[in-house]
Each structure stands twice: as structure tokens, then as C-alpha cells.
Design a protein around this ligand. Structure first.
Ligand code: NAD
Length: 319
């Protein structure tokens, strides 16, 4: 089995690769893994066990058909993580998001069709549904994305599903809630807050902090992805969630406690433009495949703080 992982040098993709190479996924203990990653500001080979006998790293862009034509042939499965992933950056400049997330997905799928890939797993996000005041989205919910990031991910989802419907390629799509855990870029809320608080610096909390996100540990997300790969069905969409809903203000307070910091370091700043109030997933469909999150949120958050405490080399430069 040869597995091609786009974006495998990023936060979630590298967790998936490390777990697969560590033999955590039944039936894939001997899988050979190719990570295909452009190494944007968000990706680093420090996240990967370079030198592992079953790992090949290729620096490449999913928007480069020639690079894909060189690297992809011979692979059975593609797990597609590569994306521009930070909402705040998409508010400042949306073009790279449309380019990588929509066009890049199309070019990757074209290459999969051309080079005989058997199965493609496209990793998407709950943000494609928009914002929900009460209740929870199931997979039939209309897509109403509110940011350029989530709109470009919705475009990616729709292109992927259309490839299954039009060409009969075995494409599966997952929509996961917010992830946390080690190896995440410190531009994102949880590692930004942890590293600032450990340095005794203020943390910027958007608006009144009542925006609610559903949090899942990255290792649970990757286990769910593997389950969709082994037990899911072509053309199907699977929500992946935890049911753990936490307001941003509550995350900030928990992190202050875990970091032993001064609560006065929480600074309220102007709200993010178009800030979605609440995300919540109905993930009954993947539960029927046997998924349930293994890592309890408080324990996962504590171990994440410990990881950043022990890895100062992962903190942003002092400036
Ligand atoms: P990340 O930003 O940490 O990693 C993205 C990776 O993609 C990086 O290694 C980057 O170098 C690479 N990349 C970017 N553009 C590329 C291109 N054109 N060609 C090849 N590689 C490219 O992102 P992440 O948080 O690990 O997210 C991975 C996927 O999961 C994304 O598709 C994201 O939309 C989705 N997702 C993320 C979350 C979350 O909470 N982080 C939740 C649900 C879904």
C-alpha cells in the first residue's frame, strides 16, 4: 500500500503521518508514505520523522500538474490535507486560499484520475456550514460559508464530490470541527495563547469571547480519517466532531490556569470581521462506523500545554 499525503508537513497531516508510520493504523503497518508539501510558512519537515524507512518527502505544489505527474504515479491512496488554513489570513488576502484550496484540489483530482489512484480522502472542515445558533449540522445541511477560507474549502468539497459523481473516482469527504494538540502553528488560537501566556504576554481575545467552537484532539481526528478510509464509502461525506463545545473566553481562562499565568493577560480586542458565533456538528454518521473520541478535552488541553512548555523551539520568535 502506497499512501500519498498532501500537506503532510502541517499540523494535522503530520500527526496522521507520524501515527501511520508508528503502526497505529491496523492494516497499514507496512504502508509506504509519501508526503507532498509545498512547505509554506505553515509546513515544516521538523514535524516529520525524516529518515524513516517508509517515508519519502517531496517538496511540491498541488497546483503544479507536472510535479504531481512525477510524484503521484504508483500510489494507491491520497489523503488530501494541503490547504491555506488560517481564517484571519483569508480576511487579509483571499487569493491564495482560492488558488490552493479550490484550483489545487481540482488539479490533484485530475492527477488522481490520470494516474490510477484508487481512493482519495479530502479533509474538510465544519466551517463550510457557516454558523449555527442552536442544534447541530448533519451532512445534508446546506453549505453557507462566511469567510474566504471556509468558502474556498466549500469549493474544494464540491469539486471533490463532483469528481466522484462525474468520473466515478472513489472520493470521500470529511468535515471536522476545530482541532487542537501538539505541532500546531502558533498563529492559531490555542498555541498562540499558550506561548504568549508562558512568556507572560497578553493574549488577544476577539470581541466578548462568547464564540463557541467544538474541539477535537488532532489524534482523534486522524483516527477518524483512517476509519473513513478503511470503513467509509465512496462519494460519502462524514462529519467528525466531539460534542465538546467551549466558548473562546472559557478556553482563555483554562489556559491561564494551566500556564499559571495572570488572568489580567486576557485582553479583549476588536472582533474578527464576520466572526461565526457557533459551530456544532451532528457526527452520528461516523459514530455508526465505530468512531468515538478517545482523548478527553481537559486532559488533551493539559498535555498540549505541557508539549509547548517542553518545546520552546516551537514558540514564535520574540518580537
Ligand atoms: P496547516 O496550515 O497546519 O498545514 C497545511 C499544510 O499544507 C502545510 O504543511 C503547507 O505547507 C501545505 N500546503 C499549503 N499550500 C500547499 C500547496 N499549494 N501545495 C502543497 N502543500 C501545501 O493546516 P492544518 O491545520 O493541518 O489543516 C489541514 C487540513 O485540515 C486543511 O485542509 C484544513 O482545512 C483542514 N481542517 C483543519 C482544522 C483545524 O482545526 N486545524 C479543522 C478541520 C479541518
Amino acid at each position: 500500500m502506497k499512501v500519498f499525503v498532501t500537506g503532510g508537513a502541517g499540523f494535522i497531516g503530520s500527526q496522521y503521518v507520524r501515527a501511520m508510520l508508528a503502526g497505529e493504523y491496523a492494516g497499514y503497518e507496512d504502508a509506504e508514505v509519501t508526503v507532498f508539501d509545498l512547505l509554506t510558512y505553515a509546513g515544516t519537515t521538523d514535524n516529520l520523522p525524516l529518515g524513516h524507512a517508509r517515508l519519502t518527502f517531496v517538496r511540491g505544489d498541488i497546483r503544479d500538474a507536472d510535479a504531481l505527474a512525477q510524484a503521484l504515479p504508483g500510489h494507491d491512496v491520497v489523503v488530501h490535507f494541503a490547504a491555506e488554513s488560517h481564517v484571519d489570513r483569508s480576511l487579509v488576502g483571499a487569493a491564495p486560499f482560492v488558488s490552493t484550496n479550490v484550483l489545487g484540489t481540482q488539479l490533484l483530482l485530475d492527477a488522481c484520475l490520470r494516474h490510477g489512484v484508487t481512493t482519495v480522502l479530502c479533509v474538510s472542515t465544519d466551517e463550510v456550514y457557516g454558523s449555527i445558533e442552536s442544534g447541530a449540522w448533519d451532512e445534508e445541511w446546506p453549505l453557507l460559508p462566511n469567510s474566504p477560507y471556509s468558502a474556498s474549502k466549500a469549493g474544494s468539497d464540491l469539486i471533490a464530490r463532483a469528481c466522484w459523481r462525474t468520473h466515478g473516482l472513489d472520493v470521500r469527504i470529511t468535515r471536522c470541527s476545530n482541532n487542537y494538540g501538539p505541532y500546531q502553528n502558533t498563529e492559531k488560537l490555542i498555541p498562540l495563547f499558550i506561548t504568549n501566556l508562558l512568556r507572560g504576554r497578553p493574549v488577544p481575545l476577539y470581541g466578548d469571547g462568547r464564540n463557541v467552537r467544538e474541539w477535537l484532539h488532532v489524534a482523534d481526528h486522524c483516527a477518524a480519517l483512517q476509519l473513513v478510509l478503511t470503513d467509509g464509502a465512496p462519494g460519502e461525506i462524514y462529519n467528525i466532531g466531539s460534542g465538546v463545545e467551549v466558548a473562546n473566553a472559557s478556553i482563555a481562562r483554562r489556559l491561564v490556569d494551566l500556564c499559571g499565568a495572570d488572568p489580567a493577560l486576557i485582553h479583549h480586542v476588536a472582533d474578527r470581521k464576520g466572526h461565526d458565533l457557533r459551530y456544532a456538528l451532528d457526527f452520528g454518521k461516523i459514530t455508526k462506523l465505530g468512531f468515538s473520541p478517545a482523548i478527553e478535552f481537559d486532559q488533551g488541553l493539559e498535555s498540549t500545554v505541557r508539549w509547548y512548555r517542553e518545546h520552546p523551539e516551537r514558540w514564535p520568535d520574540e518580537s
